[in-house]
Design a protein. Structure first.
Ligand code: RTP
Ligand code: MG
Length: 162
């Protein structure tokens, strides 16, 4: 193979790889059904909304965050006044953690769950239907592709993603 042909194959491989990464980006998000919604028996209702909206479940488990683990998960909010309350709440009972797949997953999932404060959440959104307050707001949704990846890996091993 001459030098020109070899370079052509290498560059084709790199370009196809980059296109694949671009197409894949944005198609996964990470969610948790928070302790308030699990306690109130809303797992089924919330999963129904998620699946009906076209999300595919890549990974899912009923699990528990210790205060230490909850603190680690929400470390970005460490300086916020509600951090202590948030950690206490998120470790107050079991949660459902899941990785979800759909085109435009991050944005579409944030639309599906509604505003952080359920009083401001659009009618029909998960938080409007199931959240109690700004603190106890039924579900978590990742806010970026990067964070979805970090949060998914926080809860799941690669062998648990399908
Ligand atoms: P999340 O990360 O859980 O999906 O929520 P979010 O993006 O809509 O809101 P964020 O600003 O990231 O806040 C994280 C969680 O902290 C609790 N919070 N409490 N008492 C308060 O003023 C207050 N503000 C936020 C909520 O549980 C919120 O979801
Ligand atoms: Mg957030």
């Amino acid at each position: 193979m001459n030098l020109y042909k070899r370079d052509f194959f290498i560059w084709s491989f790199i370009v196809i790889n980059q296109i694949t990464i671009l197409v894949m980006a944005g198609n996964r998000t990470f969610t948790m059904i928070k302790p308030d919604a699990v306690k109130a028996g809303h797992i089924g209702g919330i999963l129904d909304k998620i699946c009906s909206a076209g999300f595919r479940i890549v990974a899912m488990k009923l699990t528990y965050l210790s205060a230490e683990k909850a603190g680690e998960f929400y470390a970005v909010h460490k300086e916020r006044p509600f951090y202590g309350e948030l950690v206490e709440f998120m470790s107050s009972g079991p949660i459902v953690a899941a990785i979800l797949e759909k085109d435009n997953a991050i944005e579409d999932f944030r639309t599906l769950i509604g505003a952080t404060n359920p009083a401001e959440a659009a009618p029909g959104t998960i938080r409007a239907l199931y959240a109690k307050s700004i603190g106890e707001n039924a579900v978590h949704g990742a806010d970026s592709d990067e964070n979805a990846g970090i949060e998914g890996n926080f809860h799941f091993a690669g062998t648990e993603m399908f």
